[in-house]
Design a binder for this molecule. Structure first.
Ligand SMILES: [Zn+2]
Length: 323
């Protein structure tokens, strides 16, 4: 890692302890998580986690004048977080990308040790990926999380762990858009051989939501395809052609199965208005957008979740959880 000193022996070594590559020779405290020690700077750690001050002031042990702070967290979480603190604190407003592993560490440790700025920055990343507003959803231009987890299940389980509710509708929708039903029920096989599973409650939400979205496609996003008075529209300049184009699009959206990934997709003229005259295309686009606005308002309900406003209130610390 750039900027870090190479491992140098410091003081008495516990043979069962591993020294992390994050080891500053001029460090002033040693953080110990599981079987790993990190020699870092007290001022840097307390700046982000003032609540650790008590532990630093009265350490259980010390080594060469460095207080050893023994914590019950995972070594992986601390390694991810310290790497980020010392290398570069990513910010969501910039073009920074953030590894999923780091995002998890920021949320877990930021929450536990009251590292408010770290936690808030991590939440900004998460809310960017899974927004509460339709306009923000439409504005997403690629992910800011890289490496991305192997499945959307990781996000859902993370939101559950940290008690974040307002991201769930967009998260659930993204999940049913990309994940197979088989994986939703039996777990997603990761490349390291592990399997990421969802709780049975979440499985039920996703499957029911999937069915409701199929109906919402017809009720909202593509409502204009089912009313012969709308397409061809009153000003249509090519009624037979527009009727044929409408019938073709119906087949495209619903065959062989309803394509729910189109429910909240951006308007694509060449895909959705192919073969329509300019008047019908204009009408279709207008109703497509207004349909999506209605669908977005109803989105939480498809998954059995409370309204957007209620979900946001549940995010506040101290609020009761959904279950
Ligand atoms: Zn027309």
């Amino acid at each position: 890692m750039n900027g870090f000193f190479p491992p140098v022996k410091k003081g008495r070594e516990d043979k069962t302890m591993k020294r992390s590559r994050i080891w500053f020779d001029d460090g002033s405290i040693i953080i110990q998580a599981e079987d790993t020690q990190f020699c870092v700077h007290k001022s840097v750690i307390l700046k982000h986690f003032p609540t650790l001050n008590d532990l630093v002031s009265s350490p259980q042990s010390s080594s060469n004048g460095c207080a050893i702070i023994k914590l019950s967290d995972s070594a992986k979480d601390w390694e991810s977080l310290l790497t980020m603190i010392y290398d570069h604190l990513p910010t969501c407003k910039s073009t920074d990308l953030i590894p999923f592993r780091t995002l998890v560490a920021m949320l877990r440790l930021g929450d536990k040790y009251h590292g408010h700025s770290i936690r808030e920055e991590a939440l900004r990343f998460l809310r960017y990926e899974f927004p509460q507003d339709l306009d923000d959803w439409m504005d997403i231009w690629g992910t800011k999380i890289y490496p991305y987890p192997e499945s959307e299940f990781d996000f859902i389980n993370l939101a559950d762990e940290i008690g974040l509710h307002s991201v769930l509708p967009a998260m659930y929708y993204t999940c049913i858009k990309y994940e197979k039903l088989k994986d939703i029920f039996y777990g997603h096989p990761n490349s390291d051989g592990s399997v990421m599973r969802l709780s049975s409650d979440v499985q039920a939400c996703l499957v029911i939501g999937r069915e409701k979205l199929a109906f919402a496609l017809r009720k909202h996003t593509f409502s204009w395809l089912y009313n012969k008075k709308i397409i061809p529209c009153s000003r249509c300049s090519a009624k037979p052609e527009c009727t044929a184009a409408r019938n073709q699009l119906i087949r495209k959206v619903w065959m062989p199965v309803p394509n729910i990934s189109l429910a909240l997709d951006v308007w694509n003229r060449s895909e959705f208005a192919s073969g329509l005259c300019s008047f019908c295309a204009y009408t279709a686009e207008k109703l497509f957008h207004s349909g999506q606005e209605k669908l977005w308002i109803e989105l939480p309900s498809y998954f059995g979740l409370p309204s957007w406003d209620e979900l946001e209130n549940l995010d506040d610390p101290g609020s009761p959880s959904l279950s």
